[in-house]
Write a protein that binds this ligand. Structure first.
Ligand SMILES: [Fe+2]
Length: 236
């Protein structure tokens, strides 16, 4: 049992895990919860991230026609709610793993525009990964599969429900603004092509219980150096 109790921890007077917060665990080490108190922070985070996205696209252009734009280092953002949601991701990691420490190896935002998607992949240098939804963007009447986060991993019973010997189904959690999901970093997941007009924005963390040695040059490709934590500021 963790010595720290994530359920009792606060950041700037606000509970990281509110009393009675329901956490669904569809499979061992996978947990999903929906925070109801993030509306104002999501609005601030979206405004901040869209500005950063536009700035990055203006300087570097889009990496490819299908790739979301990444803005790294959540705890360095000078935006209301950024430090809070960063603490919340670490608290959920500690709650699910029972570990005392949560050390973020890397965190970033994904801003998806129309046509963006991510092929099946897993995360390196990490025990657990957390994804938080700032905005799911627009639903698409003609494509209910637009912009879905999907776990598709034949090693998980969750994806082998027909007879357990092979992958018969994916796991597609119901996500909305305020949803947070934690899963082992080795779990294969993807995001289907997003068709909406407004941006679909998610945050992601790779977390361990100890700090890892610095990235090699090759591992650092596309990742700017961490500029240092942002000053604490009000949550909205
Ligand atoms: Fe991912």
């Amino acid at each position: 049992m963790s010595k720290l109790d994530p359920a009792k921890e606060k950041y700037r007077g606000k509970f990281l895990l509110p009393k009675g917060q329901f956490v669904e665990t569809p499979e061992k080490n996978i947990a999903l919860t929906h925070f109801q108190d993030m509306e104002d922070m999501n609005r601030s985070l979206a405004a901040y991230l869209i500005e950063r996205e536009q700035d990055k696209l203006g300087r570097e252009g889009k990496q490819s026609f299908s790739k979301s734009t990444k803005i790294h280092h959540v705890d360095a953002w000078d935006a209301p709610g950024a430090r809070f949601v960063d603490e919340r991701a670490k608290a959920l990691f500690r709650l699910i793993t029972g570990l005392d420490q949560a050390v973020v190896d890397l965190s970033w935002a994904n801003i998806y525009r129309q046509g963006d998607y991510i092929m099946p992949h897993a995360h390196s240098r990490s025990m657990g990964s957390v994804v938080y939804v700032v905005s799911m963007g627009d639903e698409d009447e003609t494509d209910p599969m637009s912009g879905k986060f999907v776990i598709s991993d034949p090693r998980l019973p969750l994806c082998c429900q027909a007879d357990g010997r092979y992958m018969s189904n994916t796991y597609m959690p119901s996500l909305g603004a305020g949803s947070m999901i934690v899963f082992p970093a080795s779990v294969v997941h993807m995001v289907t092509p997003y068709r909406g007009k407004s941006p679909r924005i998610t945050l992601a963390w790779n977390i361990n219980n100890v700090a890892l040695k610095p990235r090699t040059e090759r591992e650092s490709y596309g990742i700017p150096p961490h500029p240092g934590k942002a000053k604490p500021r009000s949550l909205t």
